[in-house]
Design a protein around this ligand. Sequence first.
Ligand code: AMP
Ligand code: ZN
Length: 677
Amino acid sequence: MADADEQSRLESLKAAIERHNHLYYVEARPEISDREYDRLYDELKRLEAVHPEWVTPDSPTQRVGGQPLKQFASVRHLKPMMSLDNTYSFDELREFDARVRKLLPGENVRYVLEPKVDGCSISVRYEQGRMTLGATRGDGATGDDITANLRTIRSLPLRLTAGMGRVPEFLEVRGEAYMPVDGFRALNEQRALAGEEVFANPRNATAGSLKQLDSRIVAKRPLAVVFYAVGVAEGVTFESQEAVLRGLRNLGLPTPANWWLCGDMEDVIRRSEELRGLEASLAYEIDGAVVKVNNLGQWQKLGMTAKAPRFAIAYKYSHEQAQTVLRSITVQVGRTGVLTPVAELEPVALAGSTVSRATLHNEEEIRRKDIREGDTVVIEKAGEVIPAVVSVVQSRRQSHTRPFDLAGHVHGKCPACGGPIHRDPEFVAWRCDNIACPAQLRRSVEHFAGRQGMDIEGLGEVLVTQLVHRGLVHDVADLYSLTVEQVSALDRMGEKSASNVITAIAESRKQDLWRLIHSLGIPHVGEGAARKLSENFETLDLLAAAGAEELQRIPDIGPVMAAQVVDFFANGRNQQVIAKLKAAGVNLRRLEDLQVVSVGPFAGKTVVVTGTLSRYSRDQIHEILRQKGAKVTDSVSKKTHCLIAGTEAGSKLEKARKLGVAVLDEDQLDQWLSEGA
Ligand code: AMP
Ligand code: ZN
């Protein structure tokens, strides 16, 4: 072949490879097989080997660089890379809208809503359509030159395509580098197998990868990019954010798959909910949405503050959802004999803690959502409750999975006692029929002793299991006849701790009536209902004698709960246990009503607790605050008087600061508690 022919072949190979890259990595609709792609690539490599002088940095063969760098060079951004102001509520979005309109009197304002991609900010420069520079945001004014690293990312075009018009002479685009969630999981799995540290989340994995001085390592990381802004452009102008998104896409740059042009802020709000619903199906993690005024002429008028533009704002989701892999489903036997499926998860950070288990409710729920072992699932934590699996990320399902069948899973037997199980048609649940099933007994003893029950310090899972296993406890009332000798003979129990437990059990005789009611484990009766019942009945005997109608007259007690209460006290076995508790001297009366606290710093205050406290459990501090006259709630709002923030406080703390709610740390809390009341 003549040189000229070879050179034109080389150019057409480069263009073809880039095009197929784009089709594969950006559009996800490849037109040729991997084999054909490899053939093109190999041909290009051969040509370049013969003519090294023809190798240019934008050649697809140059994505993976050579020697590692000593350090990154600094890049001064042509225009600063700003951060965004954050909001957390629709009201704040409306306030933003009002500010914008005030600055643009009489003008029509439309907004673009985009996902806020949770990756690392990048800036990429194209000169004459060729990628020449890539940088991190750094401090906004100067970043690191990570050109070699960004080049390895296949969804990043090394050349712009002409699209509809011409390629601009100069274009600096801005966006995010991110690690797609499934790539992230695979990477972590590999690392775990190799005994390497795993990354906490896709963003950390991205940041860690981009910091690598050796781009050959970066090339092995499953990174991707998405662009949503233009820093500087020559030879092209954009009139709106909408035009930016379309224009970048036309140039072959990946842009967010989901964005909306909205007529007004109410429309933005609706769409942000829509986006939130899509969260689990997106390739990247998002931490909210970004709202931008559409018209770039209006951007000029609105201008910037020192830190952030006035024409855009981030609407951040409070992070109460996360995605993770469901490793397996285990089946636990509850205190009423119900077999409850539990999701064993790949540990994941959620609302300030690490979660490795979540409830799956029951078999029907699993069927309805078609949750399978091995699935990638979305888990959610609402308030302080245990996290639950809300949905399956269908696009991540692997081929070998099977629908879940509870009875088959446990081979038709109770996993705790091996006894027969049957399906309770009313409660869509499988249950173990064996009244003496040790798992049921264990759970009911644990529940009895729990923090919101009789609150017996030291009577935890390990000890209860042994007590049941050794036949020392056949029902909760047996606890009160245990001796120090019996308990100290158990594994991991010294004389001292045994005597502590016995004392704690004895002390629990004096607990208030609501605790006793709750601790009995009447189906459907939680802590709140137990408090209600004890407010309405002075003694357990009066409650036991109440009819369904009388119960239903109590606000918040519905017919189902009323019936359960009546059934519970009509049951002969339960009557025996209650008689034994009575004989053991357990208090069955409501204690003197606590004085309504009207003095002291917490009296009448609405308080929220978040994060981890070192000296109190969540329940303890809630109880103490209630005793001091506070109303304890779950979420921070304008009505909250004060937030008590332990370590690792997350979105609630941010929100409180935003709303100007007083925040106390643990030391300040102790000070307040010791004051007056
Ligand atoms: P923050 O870091 O919380 O101040 O938020 C600003 C950052 O959000 C920007 O620097 C970008 O890295 C990032 N971001 C993610 N998605 C978008 C988007 N669609 N538009 C603008 N910025 C975004
Ligand atoms: Zn059983």
